[in-house]
Design a protein around this ligand. Structure first.
Ligand code: F6P
Length: 357
């Protein structure tokens, strides 16, 4: 009988439970009896031996439930090799929990940093299978991560709601969406919600071009403008700074976020009334949309197939609408950015959307 450990790591998202259910149902269907150990709060549970023995029942009725029944936490990869405050070697601690429980495999549901740790553990000799979790859709090697479509759904609803009030008051609205390094959520929700201007980290903006786009709309008799802005959107000027200088500039910034900074700059330049809406963590909350439930179930079952075949050291991915796998060594540590040359950017521009570039 196989013994499987499982953990959810990093920021939560809507389809974590749906994916774990897929793994466990797949294991039970294909292999009969398996022992499942769930680690609490991500890698923390593996480090400090906080786990619980779980059965199929624990994973029943959770397909539609957001969050994670295991709990999660952020354990930065770059600190994994640094001993904790009591001098504990975290990597050795994780290996010894794995050995103590006699695990045959560890299943990791995580984003970029978590995949790096999964790869490290695999290099350290543990059998690891991982699954691509994040609302950001920024994991290299997979076309889609679970959680992304659910976040886009919520972000789009926010823009939809802003539309009616923006039009009634003839105001400019900045809707600031999640994504520090990548703009996938903002790009998709911006197009789906009919935003007029989309600003993402991968395409630094020129403030004058953003202002011209708003003014052009006013001249066309359109009383309102909606900007979908990623939390990591950056001006061309700032993008030209060194990382250190940009950090220092951010530390001294008068406004708490890029959305508020843009709002005050637009107000000063155009005289328009500007309001800011930040859906924030609502984008990670609630029930997964049906699309996520489907891919999570398929990804989860595929992880179970890998375990059955003892085919370890891999992350399950989507290529187009097919499920596939990629060695952790190939994906760990690489982000999938929106390319300014991606046809979706050209198509959005041909719809009349400005990227402020
Ligand atoms: O990685 C997912 C994500 O929601 C990002 O989009 C966002 O920048 C970040 O996590 C927020 O992190 P936290 O929940 O730690 O504030």
């Amino acid at each position: 009988m196989k013994r499987i450990g499982m953990l959810t790591s990093g920021g939560d998202c809507q389809a974590l439970n749906a994916t774990m259910r897929g793994v466990v149902k797949g294991l039970h269907t294909m292999m009969g009896d398996v022992e499942i150990y769930g680690f609490e709060d991500g890698y923390k549970g593996l480090i400090y031996g906080k786990y619980r023995r779980m059965t199929g029942r624990d994973f029943s009725g959770i397909l539609t439930r957001g969050g994670t029944i295991l709990g999660t936490s952020r354990q930065p990869f770059k600190k994994m090799r640094t001993p904790d405050e009591n001098g504990l070697d975290k990597v050795e601690a994780m290996k010894s929990t794995y050995k103590y429980l006699g695990l045959d495999c560890l299943v990791v549901l995580g984003g970029n940093g978590s995949q790096k740790s999964a790869h490290m553990l695999s290099e350290e000799g543990l059998n690891v299978v991982s699954l691509p979790k994040t609302i950001d859709n920024d994991l290299y090697g997979t076309d889609m991560t679970f959680g992304f479509q659910s976040a886009v759904d919520i972000a789009t609803q926010a823009i939809d709601c802003i539309h009616t009030t923006a039009a009634s008051h003839n105001r400019v609205f900045v809707v600031e969406l999640m994504g520090h390094k990548v703009g996938w959520v903002t790009l998709h929700a911006g197009i789906a919600g009919g935003a007029d201007i989309i600003l993402i980290p991968e395409i630094p903006y020129n403030l004058n071009h953003v202002i011209s786009a708003i003014q052009r709309r006013s001249e066309q008799g359109k009383g309102f403008t909606i900007l979908a802005v990623a939390e990591g959107a950056i001006s061309k000027e700032d993008a030209a700074l060194s990382k250190k200088d940009y950090k220092a500039k951010l530390a001294g910034r008068k406004h708490s976020t890029v959305g508020y900074e843009l709002a005050s700059q637009i107000e000063a330049a155009t005289g328009h009334e500007v309001r800011v809406t930040i859906p924030g963590h609502t984008q990670r909350g609630g029930s997964p949309v049906p699309f996520d439930r489907v891919i999570s179930s398929r990804l989860g079952v595929t992880a179970a197939e890998l375990i059955k075949n003892e085919d370890y050291g891999k992350m399950v991915i989507m290529k187009g609408y097919e499920i596939d796998t990629i060695p952790l060594a190939e994906t760990a540590g690489k982000l999938k950015y929106v390319s300014p040359e991606d046809p979706i950017i050209r198509q959005a521009k041909n719809l009349g959307i400005s990227f402020g570039d």
